[in-house]
Design a protein around this ligand. Structure first.
Ligand SMILES: [Zn+2]
Length: 385
């Protein structure tokens, strides 16, 4: 197979040869003279935080293999070729059931195994306080528990690669030290930690801030506070929800300058209600609402965001519009950086890399978007014609 497109970082026309699921060669293309007609090609997007899609949540106690496969395949048209299914604060049984079901899906379908680069458990070792807890259920928040982590790894077949916890959770320091040694990345989030607690968590091995700027107190002292503590800590990379609702452009620009773009990750934090039309949806004991403007909120007060309705490619386009980063940089923030930071094999536009590709047009203006033309997973075209 041969693909002619523009390199996402240089804009130059290239010719990609694909054989046996990998990129066989990348050479300059002279086939087109009108470059503007050519789509861009980039490595497929890799999102660390995907809660579900189309009404399915990975932490649903009734999750089935079929619904896992349906969610995964739903992301092809959004240019996503790798992701971390994300399970938020739930009972131990629900987390283990979700992880075991994801494992079964990966064992049934090789393509699912190619897409699931790991699993992300966000909670339950987080702040119980209103505000930092976000939309996570308070009654399931609990102290750090190594035995429960072992149960997750048994259920998932060792797929848990990322855990988000609060630095102040009971037992956090020793839990971080222990789990980090097994190759799991510990991220800080949904927290009301003080400076010393954050410093201790970083010393113990925490390496990432989950959706920095969200999952925090709505009111906090001007300094010190956990935003400065994390922005100023070079050992913490940061994931950012760049959907245009979760954090304002000035915060995103500040975070990208403080960390450097190479230490920043774009995530959509797509809710299980992503892809659902506006309306009220009963979800795990509470009521969530998809608003007409694309926000997903807790129905009772309509301000607490419960994840995003936007998917990764939209967050890439909105990040560019809000911060002015280059297209190539934004694509890497949604693909290469998460792989590098999480120590997962990197996929680049180079001979020998797995042919996970997204072809798209970049639309700018009032409603910026990446219009996905094709998505390729391990050398097979899974979306587009
Ligand atoms: Zn969260």
């Amino acid at each position: 197979m041969t693909i002619h497109a523009r390199h996402y970082a240089t804009g130059l026309p290239i010719r990609l040869e694909i054989a046996d699921g990998v990129i066989a060669s990348v050479t300059p293309s002279d086939r087109y003279t009108r470059e503007a007609d050519l789509p861009y090609v980039a490595p497929g997007f890799f999102d660390l935080q995907i809660n579900g899609y189309g009404g399915v949540w990975f932490c649903d106690p009734d999750l089935t293999v079929e619904s896992v496969l349906q969610v995964l395949a739903g992301y092809w048209m959004h240019g996503v070729t790798r992701l971390f299914p994300t399970l938020i604060t739930s009972s131990r049984e629900a987390l283990c059931h979700g992880l075991a079901t994801i494992r079964a899906a990966c064992e049934r379908e090789p393509w699912a195994s190619q897409m699931v680069a790991g699993c992300h458990v966000e909670g339950p070792f987080i702040s119980a306080e209103d505000g930092p807890r976000g939309a996570h259920p308070r009654e399931q928040v609990r102290p750090c528990d190594s035995a429960e982590f072992e149960a997750w790894q048994t259920a998932s077949g060792g797929r848990v690669r990322l855990i988000t916890l609060a630095a102040e959770a009971v037992g956090a320091e020793s839990f971080i030290a222990q789990t980090s040694r097994t190759g799991v990345t510990i991220a800080l989030g949904h927290s009301a930690a003080n400076s010393e607690q954050i410093a201790a968590a970083v010393r113990a091995g925490a390496r990432l801030s989950t959706h920095l700027g969200n999952g925090a107190m709505p009111m906090m002292p001007r300094h010190p506070n956990l935003l400065w503590d994390q922005l100023g800590e070079d050992r913490l990379a940061a994931s950012l929800i760049t959907d245009g609702h979760h954090v304002p452009p000035a915060f995103l620009r500040t975070a990208i300058r403080a960390k450097g773009a190479t230490e920043c990750i774009i995530t959509c934090d797509a809710s299980g209600l992503a892809g659902c039309p506006p309306g009220i949806y009963p979800t795990q004991g509470q009521s969530l609402e998809v608003l007409a403007n694309g926000k997903i909120v807790v129905t009772s007060q309509r301000t607490l965001l419960a994840g995003s309705a936007q998917t990764t490619e939209t967050c890439v386009a909105r990040c560019i519009a809000m911060t002015g980063v280059a297209l190539g940089t934004a694509c890497d923030m949604a693909g290469d950086h998460p792989a590098r930071i999480l120590r997962i094999p990197r996929i680049r536009l180079m001979a020998g890399c797995r042919a996970d590709l997204v072809l798209f047009h970049h639309r700018t203006g009032n409603d910026p978007q990446l219009e996905i033309v094709q998505t390729w997973l391990a050398g097979s075209r899974v979306a587009g014609r």
